[in-house]
Design a protein around this ligand. Structure first.
Ligand code: GAR
Length: 195
């Protein structure tokens, strides 16, 4: 990693598979996304995405809230790790924790998330199932700034996919995920480069 570069420095927060993270790393590598990924962090030690990041030569870190006396202590440690890595932007990519005060105040206006619904519809968990259950005819994903309210910050980008009559939850989830992969890196580029 070139720590002296003037490019924006991002840290990616994950909890699992890391396919959105992987696309971001690929776009950085092929030059479409001109920034530096200074850290990939997971709150789950077994997250598949950590292996992908390591294989790509990215610095990784993992610890979980259960190792700390309080969630606030966990976030305090995470802020220290993010600052140590010189992260300027926090990119949540399937990070299944609510971002609370410690991180919000230290990275105000610099935290992005991707959510698998067309916000403000279907906030929170199982957004794709919520969409199917509601019988909507279009679904999609939203990239937004993170604030103190879950899935409620200013919207940066959205992509729409069709919901088909015969869709299973897996069908719709995969269609939305494909849209996420197209959308997130472009939204990150737009926001970090104009800063
Ligand atoms: C993605 O669908 C992302 O939108 C969702 O988790 C999945 C992570 O997949 N995030 C949330 O639901 C956050 N509330 P990935 O690990 O393969 O990128």
């Amino acid at each position: 990693m070139n720590s002296s570069s003037n490019r924006p420095k991002i840290a990616i927060l994950i909890s699992g598979r890391g396919s959105n993270m992987q696309v971001i790393l690929e776009r950085v590598k092929d030059g479409s996304l001109p920034l530096d990924v200074v850290l990939v962090f997971s709150d789950k030690m077994q997250a598949q995405g950590l292996q992908i990041a390591k294989a790509a030569g990215i610095e990784t870190e993992t610890f979980s809230p259960s190792e700390f006396a309080s969630f606030s202590d966990y976030e305090e440690k995470l802020v220290n790790v993010l600052k140590q890595a010189q992260a300027e932007w926090i990119i949540c990519a399937g990070y299944m924790r609510i971002i609370k005060k410690n991180i919000l105040t230290n990275f105000q206006g610099k935290i992005l998330n991707i959510h698998p619904s067309l916000l403000p519809s279907f906030r929170g968990l199982n957004a794709q199932k919520q969409a199917l259950d509601a019988g909507v005819k279009v679904a999609g994903c939203t990239v937004h700034f993170v604030n103190e309210e879950v899935d409620s910050g200013a919207i940066i980008a959205q992509a729409v996919v069709e919901v088909l009559e015969q869709d299973t939850l897996t069908d719709l989830t995969n269609r939305i995920l494909k849209a996420e992969h197209e959308t997130y890196w472009k939204a990150i580029k737009k926001v970090t480069l104009k800063d």
